[in-house]
Design a protein around this ligand. Structure first.
Ligand code: SF4
Length: 463
């Protein structure tokens, strides 16, 4: 039977066929689904395969790195409480298990699975069953039609987030007022970090506090948690008296990153080094109850070779003998000297290898590069100094901002919308302010900005 709906579908398909060329089935990708989601072309109320009604409150931000496709989303199921979490897309429902997500703890925060077609029970590695939506039959037209009008560049250079409500107010703010506002937020972030340091020093003592903080910074965004866990399981008081080989064994063993058998494809040097670590770790485990985290905690993709977790652990091991010196330098605000100490860290194996299994490089590469050292000064050194009563604000105002990364880009896109393209932070303090707004408001937002008070504040600043 021809209904108004099918007439609309045929006409719109016909129109697209001759205007932009309709996509055929073979050309559809998951990226089309993700882009349609990003552009809000998928209805905000959907029916899950088990009959429950899923209301989308916040579509989240588009994750271009490993892990779920959209993060920070918010949904409501059958009129229940708002649930925050991630969303994963596949063309076919079977993609969830085919890609191994049901066993991958990085997908434990997924609260909704959306596929173009197919029915499946979707469970996470934590044993949760999450709602699954099959879109076919729930869209106002065939998905091919929707996909055909999506921007041609698809996933590539598309922003990660839609502008938030602040973006409408920012345009009325002068450049100097915007920077002032961000610097104010930066001061707040610095004070929060400093208060955290004070609390941690009180609880664990200054050495252990600094050990954990430096470890966390070496974990980058992807491996902050496992680095923090390793630095707790292998505390500074245990490692400070050890020689390099034992420190390495403790850290690699505690990280669960030692191969349990000899790997014949590795070259002699790597096999010899890893075997030494394993023997040492095995002996240490016989005499003390050392905890080990699982390899599933680690992320290896999305990291540059020189930032491989193996190399970062080696850097942490090499920092240990200098920790007392770094504590004193941070405590006196002598950041240039602290940077020099970190830049000269040495390691017999990892100055020429980026991972245990990697072939040696012909040239020596610093264990920790200048960008990461700057991150350490910004995120650990400056708040540490403030906690000791130093003038850290001036320092942060004079330090160059970190290189742009996914977090700073996303923060600017959400807070400033189109203005983000023209915005360049002038100091680390300003950049910290942007991150503070993002982490304190945008990333916690489950109401599509409707519950947030920051736009009113920006408006007052602009008046
Ligand atoms: S969540 Fe708040 S701070 Fe972030 S863009 Fe929306 S209104 Fe602005």
């Amino acid at each position: 039977m021809t209904t108004p709906q099918t007439v609309f579908q045929v006409l719109s398909s016909f129109e697209r066929t001759f205007s932009s060329g309709i996509l055929c089935e073979d050309h559809l990708t998951e990226c089309h689904l993700q882009l349609a989601w990003f552009e809000h072309l998928i209805p905000a109320t959907l029916r899950a395969a088990d009959g429950r009604v899923v209301e989308v409150i916040q579509t989240g931000w588009w994750n271009r790195e490993s892990g779920p496709d959209f993060k920070g989303a918010a949904i409501r199921v059958d009129g229940g409480p708002v649930v925050k979490g991630d969303i994963e897309f596949h063309l076919d429902a079977a993609g969830w298990s085919q890609h191994g997500h049901e066993h991958d703890p990085h997908y434990n925060q997924v609260v909704l699975h959306i596929a173009l077609r197919g029915e499946r029970i979707i469970t996470t590695a934590a044993g949760e069953t999450i709602p699954h939506v099959a879109l076919e039959g729930q869209l106002p037209e065939l998905f091919h039609g929707i996909a055909s009008v999506l921007p041609k560049h698809c996933c590539g250079s598309h922003p990660s987030s839609k502008p938030g409500r602040c973006a409408h107010e920012i345009v009325n703010l002068s450049q100097e007022s915007l920077r002032e506002l961000l610097r104010g937020a930066g001061v707040f972030r610095l004070m929060q970090k400093s208060a955290r340091i004070t609390r941690q020093i009180r609880r664990d003592g200054p050495e252990q506090a600094l050990w954990e903080m430096l470890a966390e910074t070496l974990g980058y965004k992807e491996n902050r948690v496992p680095f923090r866990l390793v630095s707790r399981n292998v505390p500074y008081k245990l490692i400070r008296v050890c020689e390099q080989s034992r420190r390495d064994a403790l850290l690699f063993g505690g990280a669960g990153l030692l191969p349990s058998s000899e790997i014949t494809t590795w070259d002699d040097e790597a096999r010899h080094y890893a075997a030494g670590l394993w023997e040492e770790w095995w002996r240490l485990q016989q005499t003390s109850s050392l905890e080990e985290i699982t390899v599933a905690e680690w992320r290896f993709c999305q990291t540059r070779p020189s930032n491989h977790p193996h190399r970062r652990l080696a850097a942490l091991s090499s920092i240990a003998p200098h920790l007392g010196e770094l504590r004193d330098l941070f405590g006196r605000g002598e950041f240039a000297q602290a940077a020099r100490v970190i830049s000269f860290l040495n390691h017999p194996f990892f100055l020429r290898h980026h991972a245990l299994h990697a072939r040696p490089s012909s040239r020596v590469q610093a264990l920790i590069g200048t960008d990461r050292i700057r991150e350490m000064i910004i995120n650990v050194g400056a708040p540490w100094w403030l906690a000791m009563g130093g003038e850290a604000l001036e320092v942060l105002s004079s330090i160059r901002p970190s290189a742009e990364n996914a977090a700073t880009r996303l923060a600017a896109e959400r807070f400033m919308g189109p203005c983000a393209r023209f915005y360049k932070p002038t100091s680390a303090l300003e950049q910290q302010g942007l991150l503070h707004i993002y982490h304190s408001y945008c990333s916690k937002d489950s109401g599509n900005c409707s519950l947030c008070t920051v736009p009113e504040f920006v408006k007052r600043e602009a008046a």
